[in-house]
Write a protein that binds this ligand. Structure first.
Ligand code: ZN
Length: 283
């Protein structure tokens, strides 16, 4: 199993970080968590074929987590001669967003018709080894609740609590359990005890670290957006072995010194290994 942090930034544009996306690769299939801006390019840079990703799990519908959904789903369909279905799981509205993108009244319906029916696109499909008629993309979306979301013989994914943008957006954390290890991703989440309970017994906690704690405190954001303190406290309460700080929105995290300071702040609460996430890093 390989766990790759594709995108580790927040909404602020950065030359080093893209929007949130993580990919997990097993021998013959992959899954992805979130699909923020730049995800499809990051997949390519990681050497991962888009169509090898069979499952997508969305934490919530802020654009820094879903802006690349259309690009990713169409790339994985368009760039192969034998497209496989994509199953997408997320909070309420995931199915509606999917329909508004790829359905018959959707943003991309004209594009999909053109690529399946126009001789130019059929020629490109034939160059890729495809046989007409060209199949339409299959994107199966599932609005899910907290609890077990999906399982195979080798892994299972559970959606858990997060406190972030309610009541406007339903927000989840995710827990991936495999025989090898268990990884919990906080999604976007502030200082929130139920998240630590959900992460209990995991090997690794990947936690939002968006702004320094004093900034979150000053602007009343601490309950909804995690910083080093919330991340360190959650990791300690959960008893994980490793903490990964991600979702670097603040300019303070742009330098090695700034990231080292964030790690030091988290270490006041958590005695295990702590790393600051980087795009394309494996954990
Ligand atoms: Zn975010």
């Amino acid at each position: 199993m390989r766990y790759i942090l594709l995108g580790t930034g927040g909404p602020r544009l950065s030359q080093r970080r893209r929007g949130t996306a993580h990919v997990v690769l097993f021998d013959d299939e992959g899954l992805m968590i979130d699909c923020g801006p730049g995800t499809t390019y990051r997949l390519h840079e990681a050497g991962v074929a888009a169509d090898s990703i069979r499952y997508l799990f969305l934490t919530h519908h802020h654009y820094d987590h879903i802006a690349d959904y259309g690009h990713f789903a169409l790339t994985r369909w368009d760039h192969t001669s034998q497209p496989s279905p994509l199953d997408v799981f997320g909070p309420p509205n995931t199915a509606r967003i999917t329909d508004l993108l790829f359905g018959t009244d959707g943003v991309y319906h004209g594009d999909i018709l053109a690529r399946t029916e126009h001789p130019m696109s059929q020629g490109i499909f034939a160059i890729r080894g495809g046989k007409l008629p060209r199949p339409m993309p299959e994107v199966w979306a599932h609005d899910v609740a907290q609890g077990l979301v999906f399982e195979t013989a080798r892994w299972r994914m559970l959606a858990g609590p997060a406190r972030h943008a309610e009541p406007f957006l339903v927000c989840y954390s995710y827990r991936l359990e495999t025989p090898e290890r268990t990884v919990v991703f906080s999604g976007d989440c502030g200082d929130y005890a139920p998240l630590a309970a959900f992460a209990r017994g995991a090997d690794t906690l990947i936690h939002m670290c968006t702004w320094p704690d004093d900034v979150l405190e000053r602007y009343g954001m601490r309950d909804y957006a995690g910083g080093p303190g919330a991340a360190g406290q959650a990791a300690a309460a959960a008893g994980v072995r490793k903490l990964v700080l991600t979702h670097a929105h603040a300019p303070a995290w742009d330098t090695p010194e700034g990231m080292a300071e964030a790690v030091a702040q988290a270490a006041r609460h958590f005695g295990g290994e702590i790393v600051f996430a980087q795009d394309l890093a494996e954990i």
